[in-house]
Design a protein around this ligand. Structure first.
Ligand SMILES: *Cc1c(COP(=O)(O)O)cnc(C)c1O
Length: 475
C-alpha cells in the first residue's frame, strides 16, 4: 500500500464515512488536478464528476485563480477582521452586493421600503454561514417583537450544514436523529418531491416527474396550514423560514417544480417572516443563473453562500442581509446590541482574492457560453439514461443532475439503503475513472464549468455502464 494511504488509514477520520469500511480498501490519494481531471498518487486519472463535493467551478489548477492567489500571497495571507478592514474582502463584499442586487423584481417595480441585500458577514463554510443567518434571524425576531420565542420552519429533507444550529433546522433523520438531544425543535413542511409525492397521481413515465406530475400543488396547502397552525398554537408567526432554492442537495437532488418557490415565498412574506435562501450549493452559476433565486424572481432576507464562492479553492462563506436586519443590531455600545459572533479567519485575504478572480471568470462571456453549452449537452446525454430499467427519475437543474435509481421504474420501488446501490455504482464509476458520490440511491453529476463535451460524455457513459454492472450482479 502507498505510504500516504497507510498514513491516512492510520490517522485520518473521514467525514460522513463508516471508517470500518474505509480501512478495508486502499483509498485513492489525490495529488494533483487540471481542469476537470484529478490524478492520484499512482498516476491514475479521474474525472471530477461532482466538482469535489460541489465546490469547484472553473476547474482545478485554473491559471487565473492560481495567479490571483499568488498575487495576494506576495502581499499578505491573512489578517483579522476583528478590528481591521482589508483590501480583497472589502472589494469582494461590494461585488457580492452588486450580484445580489439583481435579485427580486426590477428596480422600476420596487417600493421604497424594499430592501436590497447590502450587508455581508463573512465566515468559513456553509454551516457557519447558516449559523450566522439563524442567529441574526433569531435576534431580529425577538428585538422587533415579531416573535418572543422564535420558532423556525424549513423543508422535509432539508440540509443546511452540520453545526448544531444548522442541524436543528435540517430534516434528514439519518444524519440528524442521533443528535436530537442536542438540538432545538423546528417545524417542517414537505418539500415538493414530485417523483415520490403522495399527491402526484400520475403513473411513472420516462421523464422528469416535475413535467408529468398530476396534482393541484397540494404541497402549498400544507405550507398555508402550517403557517396558520403556528399562529394558532403560539400566537405569533415563525421567526424565519429556511429553503434551498430550486433544488435541495443532500436530500437527494430534489428539484422544485416551476412556480413553487415564488408561491411559498409570497405566503412567508405575507406573515412578515424573513426567509433564508441557502444557496450554498446552488449559488455562483450552478443552476444556470448566478443565484437560483433569480429564476423565481424572489429576493431573500438572507442569502447564504459558500461552496463555490472561491471557485472551490479555499473555505470561505458569506451571509448577505439587508439594512432592516442590520439595524436591529445597532445601538450605543453599552446597550450591547452588537452581533456577538465571529470566526478567526473571517474575511480571509487569500480566500477573498481568489473569490474575486472566480467571480470575474463567472461573469465572462466565455464562461457563460461554456456553461450554457454544457448544460444543453448534459440534458441530451442524460436523456439516454431513460433506457435503463433502474433509472426512476432524472432531475437536472442547470449543471446539477440527480439520477434516482430504483428496482423497477414501472413501480418506483426503491432499493433499500442497506443494499448500498448508490455507493456501489459510484465505486464502479471510480474504477472507470470517474469520481462522484451518491446521496442514498441518487447518483450526482455536477461537472466543473470547464468540462469538455467528450469529458461529460465519459461521465454519463461510465454511470450507464456502472448501473448495468451493479444491478446485474445484484440480481
Ligand atoms: C454543503 C451544504 C451546506 C453546508 O456547507 P459546509 O460548507 O459543508 O458546511 C449547507 N447547505 C447546503 C445546501 C449545502 O449543500
Amino acid at each position: 500500500m502507498n505510504p500516504l494511504a497507510r498514513l491516512d488509514q492510520a490517522h485520518v477520520w473521514h467525514p460522513f464515512t463508516q471508517m470500518r469500511d474505509w480501512v478495508k480498501e486502499e483509498p485513492i490519494v489525490i495529488v494533483s488536478g487540471k481542469g476537470a481531471w484529478l490524478e492520484d498518487v499512482n498516476g491514475k486519472k479521474y474525472l471530477d464528476a461532482n466538482s469535489s463535493i460541489w465546490t469547484n467551478l472553473h476547474g482545478h489548477g485554473n491559471r487565473k485563480l492560481d495567479s490571483a492567489l499568488k498575487a495576494q500571497l506576495r502581499k499578505v495571507a491573512h489578517t483579522s477582521a476583528l478590528g481591521y478592514a482589508n483590501e480583497p474582502a472589502s472589494i469582494l463584499a461590494g461585488k457580492l452586493v452588486e450580484l445580489a442586487s439583481r435579485l427580486g423584481p426590477p428596480d422600476s417595480e420596487r417600493t421604497a421600503t424594499e430592501q436590497v441585500l447590502s450587508k455581508v458577514f463573512f465566515s468559513d463554510d456553509g454551516s457557519t454561514a447558516m449559523e450566522v443567518a439563524l442567529k441574526m434571524a433569531y435576534e431580529h425576531a425577538r428585538r422587533t417583537g415579531l416573535s418572543s420565542k422564535p420558532r423556525f420552519l424549513s423543508l422535509g429533507g432539508a440540509y443546511h450544514g452540520d453545526t448544531v444550529g444548522a442541524v436543528s433546522v435540517g430534516h434528514i433523520d439519518l444524519f440528524h436523529k442521533t443528535y436530537s438531544g442536542l438540538l432545538f425543535d423546528s417545524d417542517q413542511v414537505p418539500a415538493p418531491y414530485c417523483y415520490r409525492c403522495p399527491y402526484n397521481k400520475a403513473e411513472p413515465e420516462r421523464r422528469d416527474a416535475r413535467e408529468y406530475r398530476e396534482c393541484h400543488f397540494e404541497c402549498l396547502d400544507q405550507v398555508r396550514q402550517k403557517l396558520q397552525e403556528q399562529k394558532r398554537s403560539f400566537g405569533e408567526p415563525y421567526g424565519a423560514f429556511f429553503v434551498e432554492p430550486l433544488m435541495q442537495g443532500a436530500a437527494g437532488m430534489i428539484a422544485q417544480p416551476k412556480g413553487w418557490l415564488s408561491a411559498v415565498v409570497e405566503m412567508i412574506e405575507a406573515e412578515g417572516t424573513p426567509w433564508v435562501a441557502d444557496e450554498v450549493m446552488t449559488g455562483f452559476g450552478r443552476t444556470g443563473t448566478t443565484f437560483a433565486c433569480e429564476q423565481e424572481n424572489v429576493r431573500p432576507d438572507f442569502l447564504v453562500l459558500a461552496k463555490g464562492m472561491t471557485g472551490g479553492y479555499l473555505p470561505m462563506a458569506a451571509t448577505l442581509t439587508h439594512q432592516k436586519i442590520f439595524e436591529v443590531f445597532l445601538g450605543e455600545y453599552e446597550e450591547f446590541k452588537t452581533f456577538f459572533h465571529g470566526h478567526s479567519y473571517t474575511g480571509n485575504q487569500l480566500g477573498s482574492a481568489v473569490a474575486l478572480a472566480s467571480l470575474e471568470i463567472l461573469d465572462s462571456e466565455g464562461s457563460r457560453e461554456n456553461r450554457q453549452k454544457l448544460q444543453e449537452e448534459m440534458t441530451q446525454l442524460l436523456a439516454g439514461l431513460w433506457a435503463l430499467e433502474n433509472v426512476g427519475d432524472i432531475r437536472q437543474v442547470g449543471l446539477i443532475a440527480g439520477i434516482e435509481l430504483v428496482k423497477d421504474w414501472r413501480t418506483r420501488e426503491p432499493f433499500r439503503l442497506e443494499e448500498k446501490v448508490g455507493i456501489r455504482v459510484c465505486k464502479a464509476m471510480s474504477n472507470r475513472g470517474v469520481l462522484t458520490r451518491p446521496v442514498g440511491n441518487v447518483v450526482v453529476l455536477m461537472p466543473p464549468y470547464v468540462t469538455r463535451p467528450s469529458e461529460l460524455k465519459k461521465m454519463v457513459q461510465s454511470l450507464r455502464e456502472s448501473v448495468e454492472e451493479v444491478v446485474r450482479t445484484a440480481a
